[in-house]
Design a protein around this ligand. Structure first.
Ligand code: SF4
Length: 592
């Protein structure tokens, strides 16, 4: 590592005392790389055991990696915290300009603790930290408006990131998100609510510096290779052209698109909500995270005439991707793209996680159909598949929480179904709502036992493709492949590589890139670091109450066929047992 490498500098901020200081943590970076590897160390250092996630002691940790700013697509920031949604590990990644701004400000990680008495936002410009009053921003209807005001008041346009929350975060809804650069999110597991509990409306970061490299000719050569691989790969081209919604039709054709609260695995109207159809009818522009040549972010332009002025239009720009279309499209049985986009826009304005919100609305629709709840609970709303006006009202009521039902609903499907019934069709995995894949046992095991309970853990959907051909893969082999992928993903998350570029950043490329960034390592060493990070995340999860033995598996996943056919419960449970034993063995080794 370069001496006094700015990556090794950690900025510690105390919101209660309005103080900050920095420390060079040479002990962290290098050994744990950066990103997820460093963040889990800091989380274990800073988060006291058993605390309430809304306690001032719950730290918010942002970490970036050694390749950020040097190589393409190392564009993510890892956020870690204790999750108010699951009660254990909170980990969420976002792009936008967040990573490059933190690195250019001169930090590898930022730790925010304490809580402000009054609403505030943090402005971090290089080595200066300002605690700004945000009373006038608190309670604003739209998170985008708060972002606009901060933009007008802070310097460094084009170099800064603005991470902020909406009403949902202020109201401590446990799946509230943090939005950055309007269209990117720390979406899952409730970082927005942790911001809210600290009365922290936003964090602005900017800076300007150069980064050292060890060998300029080698750097330029490798840069070109990575850039060319990222831009010429057919997968990346497809994500640039149509975006992740390009996956709607293939997933539907294979029988893996969750539909109407997973009562079906094929959506008869998938064509209408496909990426191709959205691009033809609504695509307004494409964007990219900073230092990414792919540009997979797709923004729809929704044009609506003003009521009494038929030739005057209001145009709203709305970001869409596969997970959002699944959550508020097929999962709600909706094929009206305008209604779907308006619902995404409303969820965005409140600052809610769209995946969780869609799955919650799907549970509520089925619960009302089955008579578990009535219009008395829903405040007169009749939730019907694909009927967006009612869903728009339900989201508003969930944020306003005027009655017990909406208060319970706003805590997620695990919670609301424990009160009103319907757990068999409450699609939460480790308490986190289901992502958009029902491709087979591997994806569902990944949701259940991945450390974030997210589709970004373990890549089970890719393994399910293999299972569609090789039906004889044993539970032990499946478990071992999932764990191998999950552990390598810890390395990529520590380098903060966007997972879309995982085929570009193969182990040999990572070793070369790290050498140029000043870190000599080997493929074997990297794999060991990945194993260690994975074990450490599980040490935190278990410490905070996660249990393999009480993990609820929603019955619905065994009732609806997946791409691989009907799931065999014994097979799923056996594979989970293998994974559990393997993780516990690794934890024992770690603690020796
Ligand atoms: S591929 Fe997409 S999500 Fe990934 S860094 Fe690039 S623009 Fe961001």
């Amino acid at each position: 590592m370069f001496k006094d490498n700015p990556l090794n500098k950690v900025l510690y901020i105390d919101l209660s005392k309005k103080r900050f200081h920095t420390e060079y943590r040479d002990d962290l970076f290098g050994k744990h790389i950066g990103g997820a590897g460093v963040a889990i160390q800091l989380l274990r250092e800073e988060c006291p055991e058993g605390i309430d996630p809304f306690s001032p002691e719950n730290p918010i940790i942002f970490a970036v990696g050694p390749l950020t700013g040097l190589f393409p697509v190392a564009s993510k920031t890892v956020a870690m915290f204790k999750s108010p949604h699951t009660g254990n590990l909170g980990e969420s990644h976002a792009g936008g300009r967040s990573a490059i701004s933190i690195r250019m400000a001169g930090y590898g990680a930022i730790v925010i603790k304490g809580a402000s008495e009054r609403p505030c936002y943090l402005a971090i410009h290089g080595n200066k930290v300002f605690f700004r009053d945000a009373s006038s921003l608190w309670g604003m209807g739209k998170s985008i408006t708060a972002g606009r005001i901060i933009r007008a008041n802070e310097p460094s346009s084009g170099l800064r990131t603005i991470m902020r929350i909406g009403r949902a975060g202020e109201k401590l809804i446990p799946f509230a998100c943090v939005t950055t650069e309007t269209y990117r999110h720390f979406g899952r597991l409730g970082l927005g609510a942790v911001f809210g509990s600290k009365k922290l409306k936003a964090v602005v970061v900017s800076g300007k510096r150069s980064l050292p490299v060890s060998d300029m000719p080698d750097y330029m050569k490798l840069y070109d290779e990575i850039f060319n691989a990222a831009t010429s790969s057919p997968v990346m081209k497809k994500y640039h052209d149509i975006g992740t919604p390009v996956n709607i039709l293939p997933l539907n054709m294979s029988g893996g698109l969750p539909t109407r609260n997973l009562r079906a695995n094929i959506f008869e109207d998938a064509e209408k909500i496909s990426g191709e159809r959205l691009a033809e009818g609504h695509l307004g522009k494409r964007l990219a995270c900073a230092h990414c040549p792919v540009g997979c972010i797709h923004i729809a332009a929704l044009r609506e005439p003003y009521k009494d002025e038929p030739y005057f239009y209001k145009t709203t720009m709305i970001c869409y991707d596969y997970e959002l279309i699944y959550a508020v499209g097929s999962m709600l049985g909706g094929s009206d793209t305008e209604g779907m986009l308006k619902l995404i826009d409303s969820i965005e304005a409140y600052g809610l996680d769209c995946i969780s919100t869609g799955v919650i609305l799907a549970w509520a629709t089925e619960a009302q159909e089955k008579g578990l709840i009535s219009e008395k609970e829903t405040n007169g709303l009749k939730l019907q598949w694909g009927y967006y006006p009612a869903y728009l009202d339900a989201v508003r009521l969930m944020v306003e929480q005027h009655n017990d039902f909406y208060e319970a609903l706003s805590k997620g499907v695990e919670h609301v179904s424990s009160i009103y019934g319907g757990q068999d069709f409450a699609l939460a995995f480790g308490k986190n709502e289901m992502p958009g894949y029902h491709t087979g046992p591997a994806c569902q095991i990944g949701h259940l036992i991945g450390s974030r309970h997210s589709h970004l853990d373990m890549a089970g959907y890719a393994l399910d493709k293999k299972l569609m051909v090789d039906k004889n893969l044993s539970p032990a082999d499946l478990a071992s492949e999932l764990l191998g992928e999950e552990r390598w993903r810890q390395v990529l998350s520590s380098l903060v590589i966007c997972f879309f570029a995982r085929e570009v950043y193969k182990p040999d490329v990572v070793v070369d890139a790290l050498r140029i960034a000043g870190l000599d390592t080997s493929e074997d060493e990297l794999k060991k670091i990945g194993e260690k990070i994975h074990a450490e995340k599980y040490i935190f999860k278990l410490r905070e109450g996660f249990s393999f033995d009480t993990l609820r598996i929603p019955k619905r996943i065994f009732e609806t066929p997946a791409s691989t056919g009907m799931l065999d419960e014994q097979y799923v449970r056996k594979a989970i047992e293998y994974i559990k034993n393997d993780i516990l063995d690794k934890i024992n080794l770690e603690s020796r």
